[in-house]
Design a protein around this ligand. Structure first.
Ligand code: F0G
Length: 353
């Protein structure tokens, strides 16, 4: 199989003979059946595990396109605002293409793994005393004035690359699922999936379209509330966004498909996050678990029918955010003397519980 999303889905992408060949083997991520959660929720649940991408999130699909096109157009530098994953991905692909990369992040609100990635890949990291929405406003203005390419998802090439995840879901299942559940932050990804499902069906590779169900964190649920959230707050820092740039296309995706944009609380997010790891062996980051938390909610209200085939997009790898992981689980490693007797006592103690 050809490597990377550009080689694999070339006819669907805006590439030319001049587009540089760049890939870190992004895409082709697994669609993992979730038997325990399927049983519990009464649906046929699959997980699209985007944490398998080279920098550990779905952003790589769109970033490979955005960076390739920036290079094709002669750009020497790229810039983005980010809650962390976009910056990690931009930094990696910019490094590979030999471009300068500037990332602007909300100070103190980026998960440790993501920040360390941007630093190690050699990006110039600027941490501003504000939130993502404010950072995005700043970089959008700078990209208009300075000789630097914006690689946030308002860059249309990002959406083009990200839509390939919908193609992969259809390729694996033989058709689109009944329901596609996805976390919503800046709302680019839900827009990309919807575009992908529609294009794949038009091309004859799938027969139906899924209901698109997007989930915001309750403390940042601008679309659900119908107004921007000035001070978004959530444990899921990746989607701590109060004024989604792709607001309208996300609403269109939900409406056209017969789905919805809903919200989930931090507690619901963390419950789904723990359940995914504990019962399915799949460790995603908190924002990703919003998709599963949302499905659980829609099962309770009956909005998803029994036995529906549901795909939850797990957008990022759990290792991105070790701090939340350690905070989310009350049981910590036991510290013992380095002796067989002590370890054995602990093993037997555990068995007696
Ligand atoms: N899940 C994760 C892990 C993310 O990093 C993001 C967005 C989303 C979901 C939401 O996707 O914005 O397309 O609706 N992260 C961006 C970033 C904002 O800067 O990394 P969206």
């Amino acid at each position: 199989m050809s490597e990377g999303i550009i080689a694999r889905y070339r006819p669907f992408l805006p590439v030319t003979d001049q587009t540089p060949e760049v890939t870190l083997h992004e895409g082709n991520t697994p669609l993992i059946h979730a038997p325990a959660l399927s049983d519990q929720l009464g649906v046929e649940l699959y997980l699209k595990v985007e944490g398998f991408n080279p920098t550990g999130s779905f952003k790589d699909r769109g970033m490979v396109m955005a960076i390739a096109k920036a290079a094709e157009e002669g750009s020497r530098a790229v810039i983005c605002a980010s809650t962390g994953n976009t910056s990690a991905s931009a930094a990696a692909f910019a490094a590979r293409m030999g471009l300068r990369c500037i990332v602007v992040v909300p100070d103190g609100h980026v998960a440790l793994g993501k920040l360390s990635q941007a630093v190690v890949y050699g990006a110039e990291v600027l941490a501003v005393k504000g939130n993502f929405d404010q950072a995005l406003e700043i970089v959008r203005e700078i990209a208009r004035e300075a000789d630097v390419t914006l690689v946030n998802s308002v860059n249309p090439y990002r959406i083009e690359g990200q839509k390939t995840a919908a193609f992969e879901v259809c390729d694996r299942l033989g058709d689109a699922p009944d329901v596609l559940a996805i976390p919503v932050g800046n709302a680019g990804n839900i827009s990309a999936y919807w575009k992908g499902f529609k294009e794949y069906r038009e091309a004859g590779y799938s027969g139906k379209l899924p209901l698109m169900c997007g989930f915001e964190a309750e403390g940042a649920a601008a679309i659900v509330r119908g107004e921007r959230v000035e001070k978004p707050e959530t444990v899921a820092t990746a989607i701590r966004i109060g004024n989604p740039a792709s607001w309208e296309t996300a609403v269109t995706a939900a409406k056209e498909s017969g789905g919805l944009i809903g919200s989930v609380t931090d507690e619901e997010i963390l419950n789904a996050y723990r359940a995914l790891a504990r019962w399915e062996g799949v460790f995603c980051e908190p924002a990703s678990a919003a998709s599963v938390a949302g499905v659980s909610k829609l099962r309770q209200t009956g909005e998803i029918p029994d036995h529906a085939r549901v795909v939850c997009v797990l957008t990022g790898n759990g290792l991105k955010d070790p701090t939340t992981a350690m905070d989310a689980i009350p049981v910590k490693p036991k510290v013992l003397p380095c002796e067989k007797r002590a370890v054995l006592a602990a093993v037997e103690d555990k068995e007696e519980e």
